[in-house]
Design a protein around this ligand. Structure first.
Ligand SMILES: [Zn+2]
Length: 230
């Protein structure tokens, strides 16, 4: 079912991911800027149209099995992820650092969430409290959970065969992911601004637009904007 109209305005985008319940396609964006999710029925009104124009649905490429992403068992463990080719479970945490929700990626690229997803922080914030070395003043934010793991692995030069992460002598660069795709990225950043502002540099790695989109491989392109947060 697609709600073409809601509160008298017309849908300009349908089948968008919902940042509140984690549905991969239940959100519609209307021409007055408000959004409505017909799964959790949440209405938001602070959507800036600028942010949705270039929205590209995530994961339009083939369904890539986890084993082909070449993410090391060490990094999977570091993020407390449970991964197999059938399903990958990404834990989500609240402001207090408690694991209160999960996003599950099923074979065939179906996503579901479980628990209090709405009140969770960006994916991966729990890793900021792990002590494997001094923290870098740079942080990476990707568009998907798997990309955050890949970015962390690359940025910290962890081999894809690593089974554990030793104490690092170099500063550790953390990698997080937004929760539900670019349509709600602005909101994710706003809700996590206080955290992001503790870093000198925030590298934002979002998927570029469809025309220039490259085949996704295990590593995110990281060609997104870099900005100084202060
Ligand atoms: Zn929803």
């Amino acid at each position: 079912m697609i709600l073409e109209e809601h509160e008298g305005s017309k849908a300009v985008k349908t089948h968008q991911p919902c940042p509140d319940c984690g549905s991969s396609d239940a959100l519609s964006i209307y021409d007055d800027g408000h959004t409505y999710c017909f799964s959790c029925e949440e209405v938001t009104r602070d959507q800036e149209m600028d942010n949705v124009v270039e929205y590209v649905p995530k994961d339009t490429g083939p369904d890539k099995p986890w084993s082909e992403r070449r993410i090391s068992p060490a990094v999977v463990e570091y993020y407390d992820v449970t991964a197999s080719d059938m399903a990958v479970v990404f834990p989500y945490h609240n402001q207090d650092g408690l694991a209160v929700a999960k996003k599950i990626r099923h074979k065939g690229k179906q996503f579901s969430t479980d628990g209090d997803f709405k009140n969770c922080t960006l994916f991966g914030t729990h890793t900021l409290n792990k002590t494997i070395g001094q923290k870098s003043k740079t942080i990476i934010v990707t568009e998907g959970e798997a990309d955050a793991l890949a970015a962390f692995q690359m940025a910290n030069l962890i081999p894809s065969s690593a089974t554990s992460i030793m104490k690092r002598s170099q500063a550790v660069t953390s990698a997080l992911s937004i929760k539900s795709g670019q349509a709600s990225a602005a909101r994710d950043f706003k809700n996590n601004l206080e955290l992001l502002e503790t870093f000198d540099r925030v590298f934002i790695c979002l998927t570029t637009n469809l025309g220039h989109r490259r085949q996704r491989n295990s590593a995110p392109s990281c060609s997104g904007r870099a900005r100084r947060s202060s």
